[in-house]
Design a protein around this ligand. Structure first.
Ligand code: NAD
Length: 396
């Protein structure tokens, strides 16, 4: 099939197998070029392992720590005239690279919120790894079917307690326009916390612990974003922020019960999830311009390498007052944020491409789906029906 991007808003409904593979290979190359990570974990479970920060975590564990990895994700294979999802192709490429390097890797495709996926993961750990040394929880989902109540909860991206009017970017039409978000009602806040808060992370930790598959000293970390003034109303002070604050609560609770649990604060990057947050595309376009200008621009893989080497496996980790690992330090520097705040009210449709790096944002968005890479000939026919070796597919 000749595969072209089909984009609508923050969704691209096609993905390119060779482009996704090139992206994965590029991240692996980056990790191989870095200094080895001391005290590295050797058996790692990543929940949400197929795209974005979870994929970068799996690559860092495998190729930076020589760890055996199990990855859990929710992705779609190709069917009739449709390509597979990008995360499917990424996982196939990761598996190939791990196989070629003689590194154990297995994956489970299914709903990580379910007890069935947890049980199968535990079986796999017992059979193949015995125990794990690190659990990374990097799931991002718009909804969750609760395994106990059977209720389907949907998350929303809304402010809390006030109506917010802000400028934003219509990425399809390259238009700057103002948008207004009404405050969430309590049910929407609660649902967002059920989906993106700590409950499922805690369920994973408890079930893994009860099954005896957490090795002594096993660490677990969950990813969060805090951000600064420009994103605050919609992010940290909004419904998603309420869910993220729940992670802080859970990390403290798990730690008090003897689990080495931490929240890791990562910078804003382009992923399938962040592109959906109303304020993010414009914020990222401005941020990229500034961080590229001063040479501090980072993507998922650079962030996760620093998280492992500077925080999780550093004897002197950089923690904030809440005990969180911080690798958003370059993004939150005063000079960067002051400049974003200064530029924000000046952006118009006309000056978007000069004042911000919107083209950089767009290129990174397309790259998530394997498009826009110079080494790929997009006129060539590619087989889109790619298999993931050794996959346990619980969606069938
Ligand atoms: P992403 O959309 O790239 O990845 C989400 C992952 O979750 C994928 O592997 C997907 O398959 C998996 N997933 C979704 N629903 C699932 C389900 N029901 N069962 C199993 N797997 C499922 O997202 P991301 O941006 O990498 O986000 C990962 C974490 O990092 C989130 O907690 C997010 O809040 C956090 N974070 C993101 C940013 C950012 O800018 N993107 C910044 C800081 C923190």
């Amino acid at each position: 099939m000749i595969v072209n991007p089909r984009v609508k808003g923050f969704i691209c409904t096609t993905a390119h197998p060779a482009g996704c593979r090139a992206n994965v290979d590029e991240q692996i190359r980056f990790i191989r070029e870095q200094a080895p990570i001391a005290n590295a974990p050797k058996r790692v479970l990543v929940i949400g392992a197929s795209t974005g920060y979870g994929l970068a975590s799996r690559i860092t564990a495998a190729f930076g720590c020589n760890a055996r990895t199990i990855g859990v994700f929710f992705e779609k294979p190709a069917s009739r005239n449709r390509t597979a999802s990008a995360g499917w192709y990424n996982s196939a490429a990761f598996q190939c690279a791990a196989d070629n390097a003689g590194l154990y890797a297995k994956s489970i495709n299914g709903d990580a919120f379910s007890d069935a996926v947890k049980e199968k993961t535990i079986e796999m750990i017992k059979a193949d790894l015995g125990q794990i040394d690190l659990l990374v929880y990097s799931l991002a989902s718009p909804r969750r079917l609760h395994p106990v109540t059977g209720t389907l909860h949907s998350s929303v991206l809304k402010p809390i307690g006030k109506t917010v009017t802000q400028i934003g970017l219509d990425t399809d039409r390259e238009l700057i326009k103002s948008f207004t978000l009404q405050p969430a009602v309590q049910q929407e806040i609660d649902d967002t916390v059920v989906v993106m808060g700590a409950d499922d992370w805690e369920r994973w930790v408890h079930q893994l612990s009860e099954a005896g598959v957490l090795a002594p000293g096993c660490k677990t970390t969950v990813y969060t974003y805090i951000g600064e003034k420009v994103t605050r109303d919609i992010y940290w002070d909004g419904t998603i922020g309420a869910a993220k604050k729940d992670l802080d609560r859970a990390a403290a609770m798990l730690s008090s019960n003897g689990v080495e649990a931490s929240v890791s604060v990562l910078k804003a990057v382009v992923t399938q999830s962040s592109a959906a947050i109303p304020v993010m595309p414009l914020y990222l376009a401005l941020l990229f311009k500034l961080m590229k200008q001063d040479g501090s621009h980072e993507g998922c893989i650079e962030q996760i390498y620093r998280l492992f080497s500077e925080c999780l496996y550093n004897t002197d980790p950089r923690l904030d007052e809440g005990g969180r690992n911080r690798v958003d330090d370059r993004e939150t520097r005063h000079e960067i944020q002051a400049e974003v705040e200064k530029l924000w009210p000046q952006v118009t449709t006309e000056n978007l491409n000069s004042i911000s790096d919107f083209q950089g944002f767009r290129a990174e968005f397309l790259k998530l789906f394997g498009f826009g890479l110079t080494e790929i000939d997009y006129e060539t026919d590619f087989d889109v029906d790619v298999k993931i070796n050794g996959l346990l597919d619980l969606t069938q």
